[in-house]
Write a protein that binds this ligand. Structure first.
Ligand code: GDP
Ligand code: MG
Length: 440
């Protein structure tokens, strides 16, 4: 029965790959969605080219259409491009750590200064000083002082007649003397990128040596986003981006544009006018908003989970019989890459703590998994089924074929043997096996 079962599973999972015309067709929709979300034209073009190349040839999961499959691939790539994990404000420097806020006028710098100050005070227990360097707008310094009062965060006393450079020096001095952990410099905005104000920001930067320079930008910034982000990054050098007005109607195209053109992480989102309306940036949520095809994505995710469960069952069947060949190992490696490496997988298994630490010692990171996968794919099907065939000559051929050394091939064979032994002993312990593959 189990042989027939695995035959059926084989047929179900090997259903063919995405063709160029599948991909092109779906990409027309993707392109429209990205442009509607106001992603900059150049960014859309580059993105589509990149994803196209990735998508063609990928296997289509059972129970989804090729078009749906492409959308899922696009979504994953969007998430990866937006930043795979949340990055927060980096305070890892000798205090007082200076944070400099830059951006166009009205983008939300002053509001965001207060939001960040409040968060660092409240959540991270930091002693924070805020200083307004905005001597252009008459009430700007007063605006920050009031926000300081409302949030209970200290502000640098206002001294009439000083220029931004002088205020920056005074702020740093005050932060040092007052034992502050963090000093946030809220700079003057500009309506357009203008050379005089850029120069001023550069001078302030050279006085303050900010550890973080955050570009504050409105989510509604459309095609101009690329220009704004590029200019600020080239002239001043930003370390991250804060997108404000994420509570509005914008679909988030600016996030992708700015990230693509600067490569700098989006660190926070402003989601309202109140000082507590600040959120961490979640790439998956923003990707889903940009693409606007969340239903399709979750459909394909569900299909992928089903396949994973089927594969796990198949491997479990073989494990029970004490069979674990190199094809199975390749499959395992592929899955591991998806769920965060070997130690991630072992960490999820009960009673695997010891092996997990051994694996961590062996430093099995992503690049090693990739290399191992290359080695296995350079073997003939026969060799994969029966690793005992691997003599010195075959190993040399495999090493050459996978761009590795014989030493690497040996390591892999050894690891396979260890895993096969482990599988065998697990196979004897049925209760544990069922727990591992979710059968109980
Ligand atoms: P600055 O010129 O860059 O300092 O901008 P401000 O901080 O003075 O903000 C300009 C306007 O945008 C103010 O009315 C803020 O209340 C508003 N604002 C700032 N951030 C957000 C946000 O995340 N959501 C919404 N809805 N409004 C915001
Ligand atoms: Mg301001």
């Amino acid at each position: 029965l189990s042989d027939r079962l695995s035959g059926i599973l084989d047929k179900l999972t090997r259903r063919g790959a995405l063709t160029e015309s599948d991909v092109n067709e779906a990409m027309r929709e993707v392109r429209r969605a990205l442009l509607e979300a106001d992603v900059a034209l150049d960014v859309v073009r580059d993105f589509i080219e990149k994803v196209k190349a990735k998508a063609i040839g990928q296997e289509v999961l059972r129970s989804v259409t090729p078009g749906q499959m492409v959308i899922k691939i696009v979504n994953d790539e969007l998430v990866a491009m937006l930043g795979s994990d949340t990055s927060t404000i980096d305070l890892n420097a000798t205090p007082p750590v200076a944070i400099m806020m830059v951006g166009l006028q009205g983008s939300g710098k002053t509001t965001t200064t207060a939001k960040i100050a409040r968060r660092l005070t409240e959540r991270d227990r930091k002693k924070v000083l805020m200083a307004s360097l905005d001597v252009r707008r008459p009430a700007a310094q007063e605006q920050l002082r009031v926000l300081g009062e409302q949030t209970g965060v200290a502000t640098l006393p206002i001294v009439a007649g000083q220029n931004p450079q002088q205020i920056a020096r005074r702020a740093l001095e005050a932060a040092k003397l007052g034992g502050y952990d963090v000093v946030i410099l809220d700079t003057a905005g500009r309506i357009h990128i203008d050379e005089e104000l850029m120069q001023e920001s550069v001078e302030v930067r050279d006085i303050a040596h900010p550890h973080e320079t955050l570009l504050v930008a409105d989510s509604l910034t459309g095609q101009d986003a690329v220009n704004v982000a590029k200019s600020f990054d080239e002239r001043i050098g930003i370390t991250g981006i804060v997108l404000t007005r994420a509570d509005g109607d914008a679909r988030g195209g600016a996030a992708l544009s700015m990230r693509a053109v600067t490569g700098k992480p989006i660190k926070l989102l402003g989601v309202g006018e109140r000082w507590d309306q600040l959120e961490d940036f979640h790439p998956d949520r923003v990707a889903s908003r940009i693409l606007g095809m969340g239903d399709v994505v979750s459909l394909v995710e569900k299909a992928a989970q089903t396949i994973d469960a089927e594969k796990a069952t198949k491997i479990a069947e073989k494990m029970k019989k004490g069979i674990f060949d190199l094809d199975d190992m390749a499959e395992q490696i592929k899955q591991m890459q998806r769920i965060g490496g070997m130690s991630g997988v072992l960490g999820m298994m009960p009673g695997m703590g010891k092996i997990k630490s051994q694996v961590a010692e062996a430093n099995l990171d992503d690049s090693i998994l990739k290399r191992q996968h290359a080695i296995i794919t350079s073997m003939t099907p026969k060799e994969r089924r029966n690793p005992k065939l691997l003599d010195a000559k075959r190993k040399r051929r495999i090493a050459a074929g996978s761009g590795t050394k014989v030493e690497d091939v040996n390591k892999l064979v050894k690891m396979h043997r260890q895993m096969a032994d482990m599988m065998k002993s697990l196979g004897r312990n049925k209760g544990m096996l069922n727990r591992l593959v979710g059968g109980g």
